[in-house]
Write a protein that binds this ligand. Sequence first.
Ligand code: UDX
Length: 437
Amino acid sequence: MKITVIGCGYLGATHAACMAELGHDVLGVEVDQRKRDLLTAGRVPFWEPGLEDLLAKHVAAGRLRFTDSMEEAAAFADLHFLCVGTPQLPSSMGADVSFVEAAVTGLAPHLTRPATIIGKSTVPVGTARRMAAALADLAPVGAEAELVWNPEFLREGFAVKDTLEPDRIVLGVASERSEQAMRDFYAPILATGTPLIVTDYATAELVKVSANAFLATKISFINAVSEVCEAAGADVVDLADAIGHDARIGRRFLNAGIGFGGGCLPKDIRAFVHRAGELGVEDAMTFLRQVDDINQRQRSRVAQIATSLLGGSVTRARIGVWGAAFKPDSDDVRDSPALSIAGKLHLRGAHVTVYDPRANETARAMFPTLSYAGSAVEAAQDADLLLHLTEWPEFRTVDIAAVGDVVRRKQVLDGRNLLDLDAWRAAGWTARGLGRR
Ligand code: UDX
């Protein structure tokens, strides 16, 4: 089939390349010329394992190309995927849906044949209904320009796999015709037994934010428990292993540490609370505020623990920070807890040197006043304290003796509870985790 993908950021670039991989002819619509030029050259403007190879392969084969013209998009295909961003509004906790609105109002006037517009962006509930009405109003074909809401659940670092082999496909539809169009489109994925949930717009929109809110709640739950573990002399990793064996709870997303970040979880829970308020049911979502607070608190707690390890003041102390991305296998530093902690300590007067295997440059652009190193050992040079904040595998296999040779004081704080603390202690280090015995 021929499709367009409107908005070629993280979600759109991945969707475009993966749909080409499924055999579709794809036209990506991207207004940012720098991004469009990179994509046209088969390059991806961020780091995502496997994506650039896939994209380059399909660009070279002529199955994937890019434009900035909505007119061209409307002429090219009858299936149009909306993959634009919905960032947090600077003025409130709500989501900015102006890019979704602009995509719909930009495309609709060119729709002279029956078409299906498929929203994939994460939006406040009620947006799809509004966009469906706008489409019918603005499109020359009227109600034959139909909207489907099809939320995306991909994780950074696993974006290609999650897109090609999703856990489930969710469709919010308003007609049998558009449901059938989507069933036909996703036939290769559905043929592998992927569950399909067909529902209304509002439910589809809420599935996405509820999934992210639940994941965030799991993380803040275990982080809150980790603080009690620390006070009681218990161990949160043993505890998570034990409760995780209960299939109703599950072990995944129970890793206590410095908390969640990234472009989705933090903004999505805030937008969810905000939207609940607009709908008059804010009280039902009060707990999500706490989820956010606990998450922020973890960052302050790590800064506090670091300060106490340094004798009550960080001024002029040298701190080596391992990790800047919000998670491994990503160069994304949006709302990154690692960078936020590094920044807090820097602002309190510490000399902070950061090393991230992939995110040094994106981190430098966001926080230029920190120092950046080219390796884990270099970041530890003369350090009074080492912080492990993003769990890249190379930090777990680092040569502890080599690190010990360059630091000023052998102190390490594991903000991800993944280092072998016994091995560090055996090498003469003071080593502690969060909520560990
Ligand atoms: C998330 C959702 O998982 C995905 O389904 C949705 O489409 C987009 O948002 P992503 O932001 O890529 O994906 O990252 P995710 O793997 O969910 O991790 C989010 C944050 O939680 C990271 O900062 C991670 O370090 C943290 N986390 C995760 C924990 O602190 N503990 C855990 O146990 C798991």
